[in-house]
Each structure stands twice: as structure tokens, then as C-alpha cells.
Design a protein around this ligand. Structure first.
Ligand code: MV4
Length: 445
């Protein structure tokens, strides 16, 4: 049993973890940079330790500062949240070396999914479908051209150290390969200090559907249904929902089984997510596995009535999971409310929130760390919070979302609320018939 958990994060997720710890009777330690002195996670934790200057490298990414905070407060576990050090195997290892439980998977598990070629090889061995492509790293341009001809254009080049879109290039025909190969390699090297790239067949107009899983320390694994994250802009998710409007019970069973195979293959411990691309014929392919709690975990929580952070903490304490799978029992949608100007290429809009009214009422959940007078610092992500609605049907969840968005008043900074309002009224969105290209043709009025 943990007595005290240090949360190595900020913003809404730090608050989210503190809330669950409170319910479990576990004490909490917040850490904060000098830019976050007046943040709610600092006020709501039992203790708070300043860990440095505003840049993440001096604070939320600074392992010595975090370990010192954990030592002086006598914390027995660290929850990394998402982003920052959540998928940093070195940090997980250092926690372990200091006798502090990292609430997440082991360093080995993080590494086996962090390198995309390794992850793909592991999935092939485990019998999880992957996108057809080359095996291993591309050695040179000639090999890339030869392989692309074998697979058939279009193909996609990806960074083995990547994820989330960086270092990716789509190649439609042979003449584009030289440029694409060299820019992908250069971008990968600059972004990840690892310029290894590999090739796959490019799946056109796919949906992004991910399966939430949980595994315990005794080898038991279950799945907790899917989330559809196809509404993205430049690899930033804006809206997520569960169930996916594209899902059938047959496909859910198949994807759930594949996700469990993926997790079992690495003896996965903790909550995690297996991301798939799904084509229009409902073929699905493993894309990557996220070894953390995700921003969008809340839609799953709402449709299966389950506290995923509580489950994650219980697994870390060595408790067994029930081992039964869960399927969505209603419909939930999440809109990410960011301090960005949707009329101006989603440019960040940090600053002071002068007026705030958050929505409420039946079927509405707001996960946010902001308050009237709060200043959104320019140093971190621009999320103000997440608005989640839940109802019996997708139509009703969308109607509730529109109503809740209409009640949401945020003054002082620009927000993505106008974008979401228009999206909730968009015929194509409402029909459920869309893919990851949807926002390319979306014009904000
Ligand atoms: C793909 C793909 C099509 N075919 N791989 C984007 C982020 C990274 N996780 C992988 N991504 C993609 N990989 C193959 N073989 C299309 C994408 C992709 C995408 C995926 C999910 C959500 C939005 C996307 C937007 C553009 C490209």
C-alpha cells in the first residue's frame, strides 16, 4: 500500500491524479516550476515542492530535482502523468534504483515499445497484424526505392525512434523518394538523435482507433474497449470518443484480442494503449503502443464506469486485476479545450483567464486545472482542460457537448471552443463517417 505519491507533472493531469489519491486515502506531493506557483495542483496536494525554473528541462524534465523532491518528502511512489517523463525508461530505472515505485511499466517494457522497429518485430512474432512493409532499418536510398516498388506506392517513411508523426514522409511515386528519404532521415536525427528510418505501405484514409488495456504483475491482461481519435490536426488530437462510430462487435473482439496479445507479448504491467490504423474495409494494423495513461483516458472511464488512474495505482501496488474485458455501455465524447486561436492556425494564446464559467449539468465532466485569474504560462502545452460528455447515444452525447460548449465562458485568452461548436454541428462529423483526413477539408466560419 502506498502512503504517499509524488506527481511528476502539472496541469489537469496532476490534479486528476491527486483527486484519485484523495479518494484512496493516499497522501500527495505536488512538484512545480516557478511559473506554476499559483496552480491548483499545488494548492490541492498535501505537500508541494518547487523543482526549478519555468523551462521543462529545469523542472518537470529534471530528474535530479524530482528525485530530491521525492527523497525529502519520503514519497514511496511517483506518478508521471502523460508527456514529460512518462515514457522515459531511464527515469523509471532511476526511480526503481532509489526504491521508489514508478507508477507505470518497467524500463524494459517502455524500451520495447519506444523503438518502433523493435515494437513491430515483437508484434509480428506475437501474431498482431502490422502494416506490410520492410523488415528493419533502411540502409540506403537504393534499398528504399527497391522496397517501395515491391510494396507498391504510396509508401510512408517513419523514424524508428519516432511516434506522433515527427520524421514521417509519405511517398507517392519513385521521383519523390530521394528528397523524402533524406529529409525524413535528417528530421529523425535532429528530433531523436537517432536517424534510423523504416518503410510501410501507406494506408490511405485510415481511422485511428486505439484499445485501452490493463495488465497486472501476475500476467493477467484485459481490454477496456476502444477510443476513436481520428479527429486530429497535425498529429494533435482534438476530439476523442468511445465507442468508435465505425466499430462493430466483431471488430471490437478482434482488435481487443490483438491488443491483449500485444500487451501479453511484453508481459505488460500497468494501464496502456495499443494504437491501430483501421482501413475502410475494417482491416486493422498495429501502429504503436503508448505505455502511459493518456490525455483521452476519460472517455473510456465514462463509458465503462471505471477509474483508470485508481486501477493504475492498484496495479502498481501489486493488486490483481479482475481479468475481464469491458465494452462501452454508453457514449462519451471529449473535446480538448486549448488556449489556441482556431481562426489563426491554432496559434498558442497564453495569458490570464479574466473570466471563467465552466459548464455542468447532466452528462457533463470538466477536467481542468484553471480558475478565474489563472495565468496560462507560455512554457508548456496550451491545454486549458477537457470537456467530456456522456449519454446513451452518440447523437445525445454530441447534443450535450454542443450545449456544454455553449455554456463555457473563457475570457482573456483565445480558445478552441468555436472550433468544437462548429464541429458538433458538422453533418459529416455527426454522421460518424470520417477519417484522419477530416480536418484537412474543414473551414472554420
Ligand atoms: C501511418 C499512416 C498511414 N499508413 N502509417 C501518424 C502518426 C503516427 N503514429 C503514425 N501516423 C500514420 N501512420 C501507415 N502505414 C497514417 C498516419 C497518419 C495518421 C495516423 C493517425 C491519426 C492521424 C494521422 C494523420 C496523418 C497520418
Amino acid at each position: 500500500m502506498f502512503n504517499k505519491i509524488l506527481i511528476a507533472n502539472r496541469g489537469e493531469i496532476a490534479l486528476r491524479v491527486i483527486r484519485t489519491c484523495r479518494e484512496m486515502g493516499i497522501k500527495t506531493v505536488a512538484v512545480y516550476s516557478t511559473a506554476d506557483r499559483d496552480s491548483l495542483h499545488v494548492k490541492f496536494a498535501d505537500e508541494a515542492v518547487c523543482i526549478g525554473k519555468p523551462p521543462s528541462s529545469d523542472s518537470y524534465l529534471n530528474i535530479p530535482h524530482l528525485m530530491a523532491a521525492a527523497e525529502i518528502t519520503n514519497a514511496d511512489a511517483i506518478h508521471p502523468g502523460y508527456g514529460f517523463l512518462a515514457e522515459n525508461s531511464k527515469f523509471a530505472q532511476i526511480c526503481s534504483d532509489h526504491g521508489i515505485k514508478f507508477i507505470g511499466p518497467t524500463p524494459d517494457m517502455i524500451n520495447s515499445m519506444g523503438d518502433k522497429i523493435t515494437a513491430k518485430e515483437t508484434m509480428i512474432k506475437a501474431g498482431v497484424p502490422v502494416v506490410p512493409g520492410g523488415e528493419g532499418l533502411l540502409q540506403n536510398l537504393d534499398e528504399a526505392i527497391g522496397l517501395a516498388k515491391e510494396i507498391g506506392f504510396p509508401v510512408i517513411l517513419k523514424a524508428t525512434a519516432g511516434g506522433g508523426g515527427k520524421g514521417m514522409r509519405i511517398v507517392w511515386e519513385e521521383s519523390e523518394m530521394d528528397r523524402a528519404y533524406n529529409t525524413a532521415k535528417a528530421e529523425a536525427g535532429a528530433s531523436f538523435k537517432n536517424d534510423g528510418i523504416y518503410m510501410e505501405k501507406f494506408v490511405e484514409e485510415p481511422r485511428h482507433i486505439e484499445i485501452q488495456i490493463a495488465g497486472d504483475q501476475f500476467g493477467k491482461v484485459c481490454h477496456l474497449g476502444e477510443r476513436d481519435c481520428s479527429i486530429q490536426r497535425r498529429h494533435q488530437k482534438l476530439v476523442e470518443e468511445s465507442p468508435s462510430p465505425f466499430m462493430t462487435s466483431e471488430l471490437r473482439q478482434k482488435m481487443g484480442d490483438a491488443a491483449k496479445k500485444a500487451a501479453s507479448a511484453i508481459n505488460y504491467e500497468s494501464v496502456g494503449t495499443v494504437e491501430f490504423l483501421v482501413d475502410k474495409n475494417r482491416n486493422f494494423y498495429f501502429m504503436e503502443m503508448n505505455t502511459r495513461i493518456q490525455v483521452e483516458h476519460c472517455v473510456t472511464e465514462e463509458v465503462i464506469s471505471f477509474d483508470l488512474v485508481k486501477e493504475q495505482i492498484k496495479i502498481a501496488m501489486g493488486e490483481k486485476i479482475s481479468g475481464r474485458d469491458y465494452i462501452p455501455q454508453c457514449h462519451a465524447i471529449e473535446c480538448r479545450i486549448n488556449a489556441e486561436d482556431p481562426y489563426n492556425d491554432f496559434r498558442p494564446s497564453p495569458g490570464k483567464i479574466t473570466t471563467l464559467h465552466q459548464p455542468g449539468g447532466h452528462g457533463v465532466r470538466v477536467d481542468s486545472h484553471v480558475y478565474a485569474g489563472y495565468v496560462i504560462p507560455p512554457f508548456y502545452d496550451s491545454m486549458i482542460g477537457k470537456l467530456i460528455t456522456v449519454a446513451q447515444t452518440r447523437q445525445e452525447a454530441i447534443d450535450t457537448m454542443y450545449r456544454a460548449l455553449s455554456e463555457y465562458i473563457i475570457e482573456g485568452v483565445k480558445t478552441t471552443i468555436p472550433f468544437h461548436l462548429q464541429l458538433m454541428n458538422d453533418e459529416r462529423f455527426r454522421s460518424g463517417n470520417f477519417n484522419t483526413n477530416f480536418l484537412e477539408g474543414f473551414q472554420l466560419k
